[in-house]
Design a protein around this ligand. Structure first.
Ligand code: SF4
Length: 315
């Protein structure tokens, strides 16, 4: 029997253009964590996009992150604690130039004593860093790197503080924290963000990071974790489930408050029903977008990607 060619001779034998991936949503570790912590907090931050009052602690975290990033711009031999501490004040000034509203943090500090103390506390955190790592012996592969991937229509994106690559190709994801090391019960929450990055790196580079390392500068301590592929696969399903829950809540506008001890740090207590407040009406544009998402999130449709949720870098 003669073989029959399965191609139409009238059609050029080139590979068809791949269809674009349908993107129906976008998650960062911070926003996914917000929803897990309190769906209403997620709504206030990601849908209403309500402004939040800056805090000295969070702003100090941003300054210290900038100093540690600049540190690795220097030649290895110049990465000293004195150089890094000398960069604290200029990094604060640079941040203030881009976000002048941060000046309100020290509105009631006419003498400047609190600002001086605050800058000194940032220098102490920088000094603590040098007790944990020797930056003269490290050459990070990437810093403040945006990593992202689209998995089954869900875009995952976030910023990795530092990525180290060994000569053998092993990846180490490093994140600086200016707060204290979490008690055992809260370790899983701390690792959520790191597993998120590990998943994105695994899916984009085909390598499971060898180590996830959280550096807690306030305590001069570290928390390290070795992820496994099957664990990251389960984590991917968890993120898909979180996104489905967000999409469902967006269809109905039903984002419920979930009070916890974290409420003490929430900027939106005055609008929260759990605290006696009333949220603003659910934005019509969010309902319309959710409805559109539902129509197009089918195997037959490819949609234009919506504006992604903002990606913020946790301190
Ligand atoms: S106050 Fe608490 S319950 Fe209310 S939105 Fe904020 S975190 Fe959620």
């Amino acid at each position: 029997m003669t073989d029959v060619a399965l191609t139409d001779p009238a059609v050029p034998a080139t590979a068809p253009e791949p269809l674009p991936v349908a993107v129906v949503g976008s998650l960062s570790p911070s926003r996914a964590s917000d929803f897990k912590t309190c769906p209403l907090l997620y709504r206030f931050r990601s849908i209403d996009r309500l402004p939040e009052t800056p805090t000295r602690a969070a702003t100090r975290g941003t300054v210290v992150h900038a100093v540690l990033e600049h540190l690795y711009d220097l030649p290895a031999g110049e990465r000293t604690v004195e150089q890094a501490q000398a960069d604290v004040a200029p990094s604060w000034e640079q941040l203030l130039t881009g976000e002048p509203e941060l000046a309100q943090l020290f509105d009631d500090d006419a003498e400047g004593a609190e600002l001086t103390e605050w800058l000194e506390s940032a220098r102490q955190l920088v000094a603590n860093y040098f007790t944990l790592e020797d930056p003269q012996r490290l050459e990070p592969a990437e810093r403040e790197q945006l990593v992202e991937v689209v998995l089954d229509g869900l875009r995952l994106r976030g910023y990795v503080d530092r990525l180290d690559v060994s000569p053998a190709g092993d990846l180490r994801v490093v994140d600086y924290k200016t707060g204290s090391i979490p008690r055992e019960a809260f370790e899983a929450k701390a690792l959520f963000q790191m597993k998120f990055y590990a998943l994105v790196l695994w899916r984009t580079r085909g390598v499971v990071p060898r180590q996830l390392r959280l550096i807690y500068l306030a305590d001069s301590d570290t928390l390290s974790y070795q992820p496994e592929a099957d664990e990251l696969a389960r984590f991917e399903r968890t993120l898909q489930a979180i996104w489905k829950a967000i999409a469902h809540a967006s269809m109905t506008g039903d984002f419920r408050p979930s009070p916890s001890r974290l409420c003490d740090w929430c900027s939106h207590q005055a609008l929260c029903p759990a605290k006696g407040g009333t949220p603003p009406p659910f934005p019509a544009h969010a309902l319309a977008a959710a409805s559109e998402d539902r129509r197009v999130a089918t195997p037959v449709g490819v949609r234009v990607e919506p504006e992604p949720w903002p990606v913020s870098r946790p301190n």
